[in-house]
Design a protein around this ligand. Structure first.
Ligand SMILES: [Zn+2]
Length: 324
C-alpha cells in the first residue's frame, strides 16, 4: 500500500517526510503500458516520472494549501514534458510526452536538458480560484547559473527550495518499476522574521542540527530507499535522534492514483480549440476521439455531440421526430 509518513525532530527546527508509492505507482505505469497509442514508458522516463510523483507528494505534504501541486519538467530532449500533479487529498496522476527514442540509462540532462534549455515549474493551483486569480508558479532552470547541468531531479528541487522559498531542503528520490519513493528533510521556516531577534547561539544551533540531520539523510542510498520499509529507514538513519511521528497516511487518506478528467472538461477543451478545428476533425474522421494522457480514458464525440458543444444551452434545435 502506498504511504506517507511525516515526522519532526523533537525540539529541533527540522521536519521530515518519507513516501513510498507502490500500488499508486504500478497502476500509473500499467495504465500507460495499456495505452495502445503510446505503449509503456522507457525505463529512464518512468524513473524520472516516479521521482516527480514522490517529490510532489513530499512537497504537497509540507504546505498548507488546498489545491493541486503541479510539478513540470520540460525542455529540449526526447522528453518534451513530464508532469506530476498531487492534490491536497494526496490523489496523484502523472504523464510524460516522449517524442524521440530514449537511450538506456539516460539521466535528467539527456531526457529534458540536452541543449541546456530545460526548466522545472512548480505550480500551486488552488481548488477554488477567485475570478481572475492566477495560480502561483515558480520556474527554475535545470542547472546552475554557471551553466552546469543538474544531474538529478533532487538537485533541481533542493536548489529551487533554497533559492525561491529560502528553505534548506535535502531530498533523496528513487523509482523502479515497482516503487517510487522519497525522503525529505527540511529546516522549518522561522516564526515570521523572528530570526534576528533570537539569540545568536540559538540560530547557530539550528544550523548545526539541520546539517547533521541532512548529512544523515543524504547517506541513504537509492537502493535502500527502494528496498527498505519506512520503519527500517528511519531507524537506520536517525536512531540517535528523537523523532516525533505523525499517524501515517495510507489507504483512502494516503497517496493514490486518481484522475480528474471528465467528459465536461474534455468538452471545454474542444470548445477552446474552436468550432472550425473541431469541424475539420469531424470532416476528416467522422468523429472526435480524445484520450486522457493521465489515465488513458477515451472520450468519444460524434457529430451530434460535437455540434452540441458549440450550441448554447436553450438554443439547441429540437430533436427531429424519428431521430434518436
Ligand atoms: Zn484521465
Amino acid at each position: 500500500m502506498s504511504e506517507l509518513h511525516k515526522f519532526l525532530f523533537d525540539g529541533l527546527p527540522v521536519r521530515g517526510a518519507i513516501v513510498r508509492l507502490t500500488d499508486a505507482w504500478t497502476e500509473l505505469l500499467a495504465r500507460r503500458a495499456g495505452n495502445t497509442e503510446t505503449g509503456a514508458y522507457p525505463p529512464p522516463v518512468a524513473e524520472l516520472l516516479g521521482e516527480m510523483c514522490a517529490a510532489g507528494v513530499l512537497m504537497q505534504a509540507n504546505i498548507k494549501f488546498n489545491g493541486a501541486l503541479v510539478l513540470q519538467v520540460f525542455g529540449d530532449g526526447p522528453v518534451k514534458l513530464a508532469v506530476a500533479e498531487v492534490r491536497s487529498s494526496l490523489a496523484l496522476r502523472a504523464t510524460a510526452t516522449v517524442t524521440a527514442s530514449v537511450a538506456p540509462g539516460a539521466q535528467l540532462p539527456d531526457l529534458v536538458n540536452a541543449g541546456g534549455g530545460g526548466r522545472c515549474a512548480i505550480t500551486l493551483d488552488p481548488e477554488s480560484r477567485l475570478p481572475g486569480q492566477q495560480p502561483y508558479q515558480g520556474v527554475v532552470p535545470l542547472g546552475e547559473a554557471s551553466g552546469e547541468k543538474f544531474a538529478r531531479l533532487s538537485d533541481v528541487l533542493q536548489h529551487y527550495m533554497r533559492q525561491s522559498e529560502q528553505l534548506d531542503t535535502t531530498l533523496v528520490l528513487a523509482a523502479s518499476d515497482q516503487v517510487a519513493a522519497g525522503l525529505l528533510i527540511q529546516r522549518m521556516p522561522g516564526q515570521g522574521e523572528g530570526n534576528l531577534a533570537r539569540g545568536q547561539g540559538e540560530v547557530e544551533g539550528g544550523d548545526e542540527d539541520y546539517r547533521r540531520i541532512a548529512t544523515l539523510a543524504a547517506s541513504l542510498t537509492r537502493d535502500e530507499l527502494l528496498s527498505l520499509d519506512v520503519q527500517t529507514i528511519l531507524h537506520r538513519l536517525f536512531w540517535e535522534e528523537r523523532l516525533l511521528r505523525f499517524e501515517p497516511q495510507q489507504g483512502a487518506t494516503g497517496p493514490r492514483f486518481a484522475c480528474t478528467c471528465s467528459r465536461e472538461r474534455v468538452g471545454a477543451m474542444l470548445r477552446n480549440l474552436g468550432q472550425d478545428e473541431v469541424q475539420s476533425i469531424l470532416h476528416e474522421r467522422g468523429n472526435v476521439e480524445v484520450g486522457c494522457d493521465f489515465c488513458g480514458r477515451q472520450y468519444h464525440f460524434d457529430k451530434v455531440d460535437a455540434t452540441q458543444l458549440f450550441t448554447e444551452p436553450g438554443k439547441q434545435p429540437p430533436v427531429p421526430p424519428g431521430v434518436q
